[in-house]
Design a protein around this ligand. Structure first.
Ligand code: ZN
Length: 451
């Protein structure tokens, strides 16, 4: 008797617990590449009206004056002048009439799991910090990037922290922690000898910053594994070591063979997943282009044939200029002051821009401090883009590369209410984006220094 009474009581406690859990687990959605945050019923019913003095809507090529952005829940419901968009009585009004409002910024190349590699900390992170500690750092970095105005990012591998980026992405999507909407790569792929850690005795087993493959079969299996454990896209390192010739030419040593690269791209595309290719130039770059990757990351040394193929196949270029501008000294030492990767990169960027390659904003932030990557805009303009082109690289081209152009990158009805504001006019001074004063993600205020 006692037992059955306890069994009944236990069953009813279990029912209560399950009842409490059920709506929450349904509301948070599924694992995987979702950008829908957990919205409580109160949040979904919230009405917010942003009054913008000037508005870059991501569609027009100029700023619109005096606009109202009406937000219901996490989406934009209406945009237009006050005469057309009436503000409901229940709306919370945010007054940005002295500012310029823009779509949330998008960085297509970040490393949440790197913190200060420029200071030589790469090996230390892999050897002395647990994945758990590095995940804590990634959570802090995600917040810094969001507060700087980056409301969506492609995070291009964890550098040895395995699948921890999937957890960071999911925690953000469920509203547990603040951070940008993320697409994540997980481990990335290269070959034996094609990625750090390096320089240790063969007797000492050390971790690798990527998953190593040495045949087309292993390559295909790695793609399947990474997708299985939550990768939104695949990243490959197609060049790794490099040197300069006496004439100051950059020589990039390839990693994966063409059949290995083709196996990766074929498997990823069969599963509806894009491939990002880290390449400087030469054979590794051309293997990627021939295999039909979706983007070239860095692309320091794009020759004419490469640019031609990128135009023909619609392959995106994510240049990450600022990352190379940061550290030219070692290159200048190696070439006797003749050249540096930064100088070679500028030439590639100018050629690609002139020939109409699709250029997406991406920064490689991680080796340099998170939250400081808007500096990239300044370099894009310095190397030939108009401020409007640089802005579009982030708000129009990057979302296309991510296949998220239906949900982010412009201020229009139906899109996520991801907004930033700056005090001045970024179309005349692009460095305004380095001084973001207001950030909203999915209708929630992340930062407001304009109050
Ligand atoms: Zn990178």
């Amino acid at each position: 008797m006692r037992l059955s009474r306890w069994t009944r009581r236990l069953a009813s406690i279990l029912m209560i617990c399950l009842g409490a859990l059920w709506p929450a687990s349904r509301a948070t959605g599924q694992f995987g590449p979702t950008v829908d945050e957990a919205l409580s019923p109160a949040d979904s019913a919230r009405v917010v009206a942003v009054r913008a003095g000037r508005l870059f809507d991501g569609k027009s090529d100029h700023l619109l004056e005096e606009q109202v952005v009406l937000i219901r829940g996490d989406r934009i419901a209406e945009v237009g002048p006050p005469a057309r968009v009436s503000i409901p009585a229940e709306a919370e009004v945010i007054d940005l009439r002295r500012a310029t409002v823009l779509p949330g910024l998008i960085d297509a190349h970040t490393h949440l799991f790197l913190t200060g590699e420029a200071a030589g900390r790469y090996d230390e992170q892999l050897l002395k910090e647990s994945w758990q500690y590095r995940t804590v750092e990634a959570v802090v970095n995600a917040r810094k990037d969001l507060e700087a105005g980056f409301t969506a990012m492609r995070d291009l591998e964890t550098e040895g922290a395995m699948y921890s980026d999937v957890d960071v992405r999911n925690a953000i999507n469920r509203g547990l922690i603040p951070g940008p909407r993320l697409q994540v790569v997980t481990r990335a792929i290269s070959t034996t000898g094609g990625y750090p850690l390096e320089g240790y005795s063969p007797e000492v087993p050390v971790p690798s910053g990527v998953q190593i493959v040495d045949s087309p079969e292993e390559a295909r299996k790695a793609v399947r594994e990474q997708i299985k454990y939550g990768a939104d896209l695949i990243k490959i390192y197609s060049t790794h070591r490099f040197r300069f010739t006496a004439e100051g030419k950059l020589v990039s040593i390839p990693t994966l063979t063409l059949p290995e690269t083709q196996a990766i791209v074929d498997e990823a595309h069969r599963e509806g997943v894009k491939v990002a290719c880290h390449a400087y130039g030469g054979e590794g770059l051309h293997n990627c282009l021939q295999a039909g990757v979706d983007s070239i990351e860095h692309g320091l040394d794009l020759d004419d044939a490469a640019i031609q193929q990128m135009v023909e196949k619609g392959i995106y270029f994510v240049p990450t200029l600022y990352a190379y501008e940061n550290e030219p000294e070692e290159d200048l030492r190696a070439t006797g002051g003749k050249t540096s990767r930064a100088r070679i990169h500028e030439v590639s960027f100018r050629h690609a821009l002139a020939r109409g390659v699709k250029i997406a904003f991406g920064t490689d932030v991680g080796p340099f401090p998170h939250g400081s990557q808007a500096k990239e805009f300044e370099y894009m303009v310095r190397f030939g883009m108009t401020p409007l082109q640089a802005l579009r690289a982030s708000t129009s081209v990057a979302p296309e590369l991510m296949s998220w152009q239906d949900r982010i990158g412009s201020i229009e009805k139906g899109k996520f209410a991801d907004l930033v504001a700056v005090a001045g006019d970024p179309l005349t001074d692009i460095t305004e984006l380095e001084r973001v004063k207001f950030v909203m993600k999915g209708g929630r205020i992340i930062r407001d220094d304009l109050k």
